[in-house]
Design a binder for this molecule. Sequence first.
Ligand SMILES: *Cc1c(COP(=O)(O)O)cnc(C)c1O
Length: 511
Amino acid sequence: MSIPAPRPEPADTALAATPAGIEELRRLGAVTLDALAAGAAARGGPLPPGGPAAVARRVRRRCAPVLPDHGVGAEAALSTLVRTVTEGSADPADPACAGHLHCPPLALAVAAELAACALNPSLDSWDQAPAASALEEETTAALAALVYPGRTAPDALITSGGTESNLVALLLARERARRPQGPPVQVVCGANAHHSVHRAAWMLGLAPPVVVDCPDGRLGPDAVDRALADVPGPALVVATAGTTDAGLIDPLPELARVAAARRAELHVDAAYGGALLFSRRLAGRLDGLASAATVALDLHKLGWQPIAAGALAVADAATLAPLAVRADYLNAADDTDAGLPDLLGRSPRTSRRPDVLKVAVTLRALGRTGLGRLVEDCVDAAERLAGRIDAHPALRRRPGPCGISTVLFRPVAAAPDAAGDALVAEVRRRLLTEGRAVLGRSRAPDADGRVRLWLKATLLHPHVRGADLDRLLALVTDAVPAALRELAAQPGDAATGPAGRAHRPRPGAHR
Ligand SMILES: *Cc1c(COP(=O)(O)O)cnc(C)c1O
């Protein structure tokens, strides 16, 4: 006879949205917040020092085994794991964490997320999400009206982000262009387009996109016109409003004109730049956006939402029809005939998180002007950073305008050759592994037209101050001497970079 396993403590299995669960959430919420505070204090900077091996070792030491035979209990597991993950996190709320389109979420949005998780509505059928689906309808209508003012029937889908938005946009374009025996739609995009555009074409069985060169980082209308002239069948031009590498906005009105003249459609990937629409001062930078058949937006970038918070706006709701699908258990015809909303056609996913709750709470709490102000603060911070770099004797900025809130620069000590690029890469890695700063990297042409490696600062921190910007630049210049010493000590030919290092598998790297 086997002994029955001990039951977990009743409190550890309380259900979140019950009265007992809400009390438990209050208690565990406090445990969680204490662990967040302790973990952040232990880290003490934007990133854990020591690099991947040190972080992985600490996680293993404290958190394994993750599936013990007998559990350690809610409080112990929460406090240890939350503290450990916090201590080992990249903190986008630290002004020196400016590498990616990785935003510090608003406390308000995170609070809404708690409720979303506790209620757990699933947006694939009305009977799992009565109010959440109604709120989603209101919210997507508001986002659609923001992108397509004055249009009679725009709509928007909530997505997991720019990648899914681009995938669905290409899918809808493929279906709109479908003709019996006709060629499939050909995607035409810039060399500056996000990699997810290429993956979407691949996943959808479309030909690889025709890639148009972008010597100045933006998609040129004349080059697109020439590319379209060579496409025999239907075409979709994918433009970018806010490139990931430089924050640049393609010339949307001109691209819309060229596309229309060639009877091609336009999709705009505004994952980064779409939030400029909130600012009346900056919205004009997106003129032409409403000419697009579809527009991708990401509120987990400029928008300050916890991931995920994407949207795909469509000019005409009728073009969403190809997403429709029947599953008797979710949207039986007699149910929809009787008036139950059919939600299944609003996403390629089935179970779907109520990401809309935090988005709606944020939009309503801050309003258009409040959000617009945060966007302006990031754009202004980037201009200030650019000005400081231009005035700095040891740094130089990539010539040309700065992106939405992206600034590319490198140390003056980096020579205009491969060794200089290696120095830029080493400075960035040094700042990462020492936990001092997170900067991105971007390859882009210099004044002489030659492509070089740049440090990329992506400013999504709306409360960054001048002193924070000065500190970030000081971290970079302070890292240069040690990076030069490190490179000099490495074997290998300086012209090809540190040989044998880039390709050696890194111990402790899991990805
Ligand atoms: C971030 C980004 C994406 C991808 O969005 P995810 O939300 O990460 O899926 C697509 N396009 C552009 C221009 C982006 O900046």
